[in-house]
Design a protein around this ligand. Structure first.
Ligand code: ATP
Ligand code: PAF
Ligand code: BAL
Length: 285
């Protein structure tokens, strides 16, 4: 069994119209391909909540911050389709670039507030690119429910805000981060890590986990986050972009883990930028 692939909006709409006649509940799982177990976990979650699951594969130029990163982004469409088929995903939508950004395209969806800070501060325009393409994918698929990974936690919050602000009739579901046995969060860009870098990479989450435990024990964030920053550099990362404690509800900055929180970080390992985040249990009163 293979998964059917459609490349045009007209074909997508004709498939979806048939499903709608049957009153099917439709899910979408947006991706940029190079699928791994993290993506597949989203597809499984979608299959459990919907009658039909569309996986989208579009390497969105508007969300990249460098031409080199865009050019180097892994593209493995055939293998991706092979991975999806046994799961039972119903459709792979691989839009031609002109289906997403036709000539003259001039609209940007821009979410303020939650897009600012963290990755938003380091990747100017990134979340505008994400919000714009996700809005289009929601409208093109007409899905009832969409699945996103918590590995990209700020992205999940941006998408939730966008869907709510624009009254898009779609439920947004966040799914837990899938990790390698040593803790490293699965990510399509991990293939770029050298063997030496791969050995260092899981130290990011280990340092975050240890800091999260101290925060849950009531330690104030400021000095702890500085120490975590130094530990990440000492582990062999080249640069730390941020290590921040944020409220789990809305990603507002926190100085103490006095409510459910997340500890988020982004750091460069050689030429690869890794992001991760961990749950921080609130400190007891
Ligand atoms: N390890 C993971 N666990 C759960 N979901 C994940 C994981 N990695 C990615 N996802 C989710 O898969 C969806 C598509 O992400 P994307 O295609 O960008 O993959 P990626 O691995 O995050 O790649 P990269 O960050 O290198 O671009 C997003 O909702 C993302 O949060
Ligand atoms: C949501 C997304 C598919 C939009 O291009 C991308 O940002 C991603 O893969 O996380
Ligand atoms: N997973 C988020 C996509 C990006 O880094 O552009």
């Amino acid at each position: 069994m293979s998964v059917p692939i459609v490349r045009t909006l007209a074909d997508l709409r004709s498939v979806v119209a048939g499903w709608r006649k049957d009153k099917a509940r439709i899910a979408v799982v947006p991706t940029m391909g190079a699928l791994h177990e993290g993506h597949l976990s989203l597809v499984r979650a979608a299959l459990a909540r919907a009658d039909r699951v569309i996986v989208t594969l579009f390497v969105n130029p508007k969300q990249f911050n460098s031409a080199a990163d865009l050019a180097a982004y892994p593209r493995t469409e055939e293998e991706d389709a092979d991975k999806l088929a046994p799961l039972g995903a119903h459709l792979l939508y691989v839009p031609d670039g002109s289906e997403i950004y036709p000539p003259g395209f001039a609209t940007t969806v821009s979410v303020t507030g939650v897009s600012e800070g963290l990755c938003g501060a380091k990747r100017p325009g990134h979340f505008d690119g994400v919000a714009t393409v996700v809005a289009k994918l929601f409208l093109q698929t007409g899905a009832d429910i969409a699945f996103f990974g918590e590995k990209d936690l700020q992205q999940l919050h941006v998408v939730r805000r966008m869907a709510s602000d624009l009254d898009l009739p779609i439920e947004i579901v966040g799914c837990p981060t899938v990790r390698e046995a040593d803790g490293l969060a699965l990510s399509s860009r991990n293939v770029r890590l050298s063997a030496g870098e791969r050995a260092i990479a899981p130290k990011l989450v280990a340092i975050l986990d240890e800091a999260a435990r101290s925060l849950s024990a009531g330690a104030p964030a400021a000095s702890l986050l500085q120490a975590a920053n130094r530990s990440i550099l000492a582990a062999g990362f080249r640069e730390v972009e941020y290590v921040e404690l944020r409220s789990a509800a809305d990603l507002a900055p926190l100085e103490l883990a006095d409510r459910p929180a997340r500890l988020l970080a982004a750091a460069w390992l050689g030429q690869t930028r890794l992001i991760d985040n961990v749950v921080v249990q609130p400190a007891a009163e």
